[in-house]
Design a binder for this molecule. Structure first.
Ligand code: KG4
Ligand code: ZN
Length: 347
């Protein structure tokens, strides 16, 4: 294939911000050519959460096989690509460094433009893969292991932060409650499944900040309420109603997420809501959002489940827009572990 003879743009995306090593090739920002994710979950499971040192080491071991795999599946050589886009933040600094290092080598050796991608923005861009007709403005709820953010995306690259969590993220709350109950890591998918057999109204857990009139969230009180409830039952040697407990916890989380997201859309006068991040895979959140948006005449978008959790397809999709905008990073660029949504990235 000759790069100058065609107008399609092929971006290689690389993702290593947490515990998934991902690479993907995406055409014109919206079509997946190939995508590979190597999960490290089994190496972190026995520790009950992500161990940063293990994450970095595993990324280093895995990144080259993952890159070979993604190119092989696409029948591509590096020469067939137009640019390499890599997560520059937010994330674990050592983990980010591994992907950034690999991307720099490819950029330097193959002469490809190097693009830094904001991982939070990329979670939103996962939606553009599945919904080619989707365009801003819209309200986005980003719920992941590291973040809980309600944002107004006015245009490509233009965000207004409406609210965020003041303590734990939603994914973190799921993971901590699951760890406490001995359900393993990550907790979200397990609680999602178990809740299907539980009664979400069985236990009345607090709906924190439901009536504060702003768009911020707080999850740590709910987490403590669950832990107290369980400790109390254990002390009295009562059986723990696991399914009802996790379903009630999940209902308390989702009630607030749904109410504030729909309220944000109404206040902004926007009829589109976009879910993003690992917790957007949650079946109860999706179901409740579908119900609430339907009655308000709001269009709801969420990505395919495999695009909700960390992957490089979304990185390549977000990188495409930055490619077209001429945004580049230099070979001296450093990871930005606390990068915020909408924050500028070094040229
Ligand atoms: O977006 P992500 O892969 O990583 C970050 O950027 O943080 O999100 C991972 C989080 C974990 O906390 C995991 O428990 C949660 O997403 N998660 C879920 C589900 N699938 C993953 N939470 C609730 N329900 C799910 N089905
Ligand atoms: Zn993520």
């Amino acid at each position: 294939m000759n790069r100058s003879a065609r107008r399609d743009v092929y971006i290689l995306g690389i993702e290593t911000s947490c515990d998934e090593t991902g690479a993907a090739i995406v055409r014109n920002g919206r079509e997946v050519v190939s995508g590979v994710v190597a999960s490290q979950i089994e190496f972190h499971q026995k520790f009950g959460g992500v161990v940063p040192e293990i994450a970095s080491r595993k990324h280093l071991e895995t990144i080259n096989p993952v890159l070979d795999d993604v190119l092989g599946k696409a029948h591509f050589d590096y020469e067939d690509l137009d640019a390499v886009a890599v997560t520059i933040g937010p994330g674990l600094v050592g983990a980010l460094l591994m992907g950034l290092g690999a991307a720099k080598v490819i950029s330097y050796v193959k002469g490809l433009p190097l693009i830094g991608v904001n991982h939070l923005e990329a979670h939103i861009y996962a939606n553009f893969i599945d919904h080619p007709d989707l365009k801003p403005p819209f309200i986005s709820l980003i719920v992941s292991g590291g973040h809980t953010i309600l944002a107004y995306m006015e245009d490509y690259g233009s965000y207004e932060l409406l609210g965020e969590t003041l303590d734990d993220s939603v994914g973190e709350a799921y993971d901590k409650v699951a760890a406490f109950l001995g359900l393993g890591y990550p907790g979200g998918p397990v609680i999602d499944e178990m809740s299907k057999e539980g009664d979400p109204t069985a236990i009345q857990f607090p709906r924190a900040m439901m009536r504060t009139g702003d768009f911020n969230f707080s999850l740590s009180g709910l987490k403590t309420a669950v832990l107290n409830y369980v400790s109390h039952l254990r002390l009295e040697s009562h059986e723990i109603p696991l399914h009802d407990l996790v379903a009630s916890f999940q209902a308390a989380v989702v009630d607030v997420l749904v109410a504030k997201t729909v309220q944000a859309a109404k206040e902004k006068g926007i009829d589109k809501i976009v879910l993003a991040g690992g917790v957007a895979a949650n079946s109860y959140l999706r179901q409740r959002m579908i119900e609430e948006t339907r009655s308000e005449d709001i269009l709801l978008y969420y990505p395919h489940i495999f695009l909700c959790t960390d992957n490089a397809i979304m990185i390549a999709a977000a990188g495409h827009r930055r490619y077209l905008a001429g945004d580049r990073i230099s070979l001296e660029a450093n990871p930005i572990p606390n990068l915020r949504l909408g924050q500028g990235i070094e040229e």
